[in-house]
Design a protein around this ligand. Structure first.
Ligand code: AMP
Ligand code: MG
Length: 303
């Protein structure tokens, strides 16, 4: 079953059932070493999944749950290895969506919830996106409307030394540092080989069409190079004459919430290239954190 969250739609299955989780990997065509985020109804449910729920975990859950923050901690033995891609740590998160919180409470246990799309493709931010990817007999979709945040959760690791943001999201490292009263680093660069986080694959979140990032005069140049067959996504620059121009909001959080739907719309035109105006992170530190997360998705889409 697919469920709505404030970030993207998730593909739900009993997180404590190896068989159920295996079906999710198969359906998504997801590489087995890519761990899944485990969704919980509250901190109490999360505590059962980890060996140690310390002060930092408690402070983050209190400050941000329900919300778009996944916390990585050493896993308890009840969590099957398949959930964590064979790793020793598990990512837990309490999603901020009334339907899914109710589902979690009714079910009474944790659910895995990777994005409800085929592995590597654009994440779904509306029920229709999930229905376009899977047949009704494969996936039942709980329609909770469009996703408010629109990009995947921030993933922060409390396992290992130091607090590290493994995947940027709308909650930035600075905000987490303030909550914890200690330093937090971004550790979200492209990675090859052993994966700590699948969202860290250099190419991910990608439309089918070739995607390029461009700025200033580079936008018109990229459009010209495509000989009229480009679709352009702009949010500040003057719209060039292209086959289709999609205008995105200039405010970071609004940009994030419309990004994937806009990329889908661009992709549906089957252009030879999608040209995206590269955002310049501006504003206060919270806004810059959102732009950082957006840029991360754009770079992976363009990789
Ligand atoms: P998706 O379910 O498609 O949003 O992708 C799952 C994301 O969760 C990955 O990109 C990782 O960043 C993160 N993740 C899940 N489990 C773990 C874990 N055990 N350790 C580190 N990151 C994880
Ligand atoms: Mg995904």
């Amino acid at each position: 079953m697919a469920f709505p969250t404030e970030t993207v739609y998730g593909l739900g299955a009993d997180a404590l059932s190896e068989q159920a989780v295996r079906a999710v990997f198969e359906l998504k065509g997801r590489p087995a070493q890519n761990p899944l985020i485990v969704h919980v109804a509250d901190a109490e449910m999360a505590k059962r999944l980890v060996t140690h729920w310390g002060e930092d975990a408690a402070a983050l859950a209190k400050a941000y749950w329900p919300g778009p923050l996944s916390i990585v901690l050493p896993k308890a033995s009840i969590v099957p290895g398949i959930v964590t891609g064979g790793g020793l740590n598990v990512a837990v998160r309490c999603p901020d969506h009334p339907l899914t919180l109710e589902l979690l409470r009714e079910f009474g246990g944790p659910l895995v919830g990777p994005s409800a799309n085929l592995s590597g493709r654009l994440s779904p931010t509306a029920a229709e996106h999930v229905k376009a990817a899977f047949a009704p007999q494969q996936v039942l979709v709980l329609d909770g409307g469009p996703c408010r945040v629109g990009i995947e959760s921030t993933v922060v690791s409390l396992a290992g030394s130091g607090v590290r943001v493994l995947r940027p999201g709308i909650i930035g490292a600075n905000a987490i540092a303030k909550t914890l009263g200690k330093g937090v680093t971004y550790d979200d660069g492209p990675r090859f080989g052993v994966l700590e986080s699948p969202g860290l694959l250099p190419s991910h979140y990608a439309p089918a069409a070739r995607t390029v990032l461009a700025k200033g005069p580079g936008i018109a140049a990229a459009v010209a190079a495509a000989k009229g067959d480009a679709v352009v996504l702009v949010h500040g620059a003057a719209a060039p004459s292209a086959r289709r121009v999609i205008i995105l909001p200039a405010i970071a959080v609004d940009y994030a919430s419309s990004l994937y739907a806009a990329m889908r719309e661009a992709d549906e035109c089957h252009p030879s290239v999608i040209v995206v105006e590269e955002p310049t992170p501006t504003g206060d530190e919270d806004e810059r954190a959102v732009w950082h997360a957006v840029l991360d998705r754009l770079r992976r889409a363009a990789a």
